[in-house]
Design a protein around this ligand. Structure first.
Ligand SMILES: *[C@@H]1O[C@H](CO)[C@@H](O)[C@H](O)[C@H]1NC(C)=O
Ligand SMILES: *[C@@H]1O[C@H](CO)[C@@H](O)[C@H](O)[C@H]1NC(C)=O
Ligand SMILES: *[C@@H]1O[C@H](CO)[C@@H](O)[C@H](O)[C@H]1NC(C)=O
Length: 425
């Protein structure tokens, strides 16, 4: 799909800007579509696809035309609970014609559909303090919380992240890994005691009692928002991404500081989201794809969304997403779901070319230094993370990019301290 999956010499490319993400290019994103946003209401008025029907049921209660007293501001201010989702789920799936239609859906979608009204999974392992690794009450709010989707067996990825871009330090950075549950039967081995020990040592594991599958990833958004809103709402920004990405933390920190300065007077922080934005994508209809969504389940385009390999948004937006998500039925593709929530908030993710949630494009590959804006790259092994980080430490001694972004001296000192602090492993 116009992208190249080729071995790169990572080190030579490291005029690195910010973060990088994975090779899940496939047919999911069709970027060349003109972006003609249809409204969310129109998108599923007629369709009898399951998700559209369920959502229409909810929307009728919140429709600003039918119920002007429940306009969107009211909606945001009203008491949010999930009762409309439950009610609509049982009313819609209770109809015979819907039941018949659901039976024709592929097995994994049926499995999703049968649990999509549940999101009350308890937490099995809590992170330290209020807010992840080594957190304590702080006078200044942390700048960013790294919320990293991981799975039980990815011990090596977590270790590499702790040693590299996810190091906590200077009161600036918090870190938490988001995990579901995998039974010993699923894994063929019982590692629960190792995970407990890891949690005791690092205090950065947040695990819920749901099965950690691809279609359940959306639960890591809604349950994370809920935990964040209740337990850890101080960080100014949230990074949410995969455990196989590389983030250029110093550049990201500098970039976010710049955003704060730029946006504060405009009060736009409550809708701040940045990443690799995919506009007007159509659902993937290729049966063997991991992203396959049959038209019996969802009809219409996807809203613009930021690729889930790595995205950054403000803490304020995370709290609004938490609220609005209680009026939107779960969708099996996590980043698309976040896009749906954004659309309901009338907020728009901002595209930043430095978020490489797919991979490098052929023509850029020839110009390694065109990467000084890279914030994130996807699909890196733990070994590559360590090499990239070593390189960043070296190059960040030349402070040019940092100065370019208008960083003040004290911030630069803090970042330097962060980068040169001894590895905490
Ligand atoms: C979310 O909803 C709660 C309860 O209705 C409300 O108190 C809170 O202000 C809302 N938060 C945001 C950020 O909209
Ligand atoms: C999601 O997790 C629940 C709870 O563990 C499980 O019953 C369900 O099968 C999972 N759904 C999918 C689509 O894997
Ligand atoms: C870092 O810089 C030093 C001195 O310039 C050099 O010897 C070393 O190989 C560099 N390390 C990496 C990982 O680039």
């Amino acid at each position: 799909a116009g992208m190249i999956k080729k071995k790169h010499n990572w080190i030579s490319m490291l005029c690195l800007p910010f973060l990088i993400i994975n090779g899940k290019v496939e047919i999911r994103a069709i970027r060349s579509f003109p972006s003609v946003p249809e409204t969310f209401w129109e998108q599923h008025t007629q369709s009898d696809a399951l998700w559209n029907q369920l959502q229409r049921h909810v929307d009728l209660h919140f429709n600003p035309i039918l119920r002007p007293e429940k306009s969107s501001t009211f909606l945001e201010r009203s008491i949010f609970d999930e009762s409309l989702l439950y009610r609509s789920y049982f009313e819609v799936t209770g109809m015979d014609k819907v039941r018949d239609a659901v039976e024709k859906l592929p097995r994994q979608i049926q499995e999703f559909a049968s649990y999509m009204n549940r999101r009350d999974y308890p937490i099995l392992i809590h992170p330290d303090g209020d807010c992840g690794a080594q957190s304590k009450r702080e006078e200044e709010p942390p700048l960013i919380l790294f919320a990293i989707k991981s799975t039980v067996l990815n011990f090596r990825n977590r270790r590499a992240i702790r040693q590299t871009w996810g190091q906590v330090g200077g009161g600036y950075i918090r870190r938490v890994f988001l995990l579901g549950k995998e039974t010993s039967e699923d894994l063929g081995v019982d590692v629960s005691h190792i995970l407990r020990a890891e949690s005791e040592r690092h205090g950065d594991i947040l695990q819920w009692d749901f099965q950690d599958t691809f279609f359940n990833l959306t639960l890591k958004d809604v349950l994370f928002w809920s935990w964040f809103s209740r337990r850890c709402s101080q960080p100014l920004f949230v990074f949410k991404g995969d455990d196989d990405v590389f983030v250029n933390t110093p550049k990201l920190v500098a970039y976010l500081h710049h955003q704060l300065e730029k946006q504060r007077p405009l009060h736009t922080m409550d809708e701040f989201m940045v990443g690799e934005v995919i506009g007007s994508a159509s659902p993937n209809r290729v049966k063997r794809s991991k992203y396959f969504i049959p038209d019996g389940f969802y009809r219409g385009r996807y809203p613009s969304y930021a690729g889930g390999g790595g995205v950054v948004y403000s803490g304020g937006l995370a709290r609004r997403l938490h609220n609005i998500s209680k009026t939107i039925h779960l969708f099996p593709i996590d980043d698309v779901y976040v896009g749906m929530c954004m659309m309901r908030l009338n907020a728009h993710p901002v595209h930043h070319p430095a978020f490489l949630t797919f991979d490098f494009r052929a023509k850029e590959e020839d110009q390694p230094c065109s990467y000084h804006t890279v914030l994130l790259v996807h699909k890196r092994s733990p070994r590559e993370l360590v090499d990239l980080w070593a390189h960043i430490k070296n190059t960040s001694k030349q402070s040019e990019n940092v100065i370019m972004l208008g960083m003040q001296e004290d911030l630069f000192r803090q970042i330097s301290a962060l980068i040169s602090s001894p590895q905490n492993e």
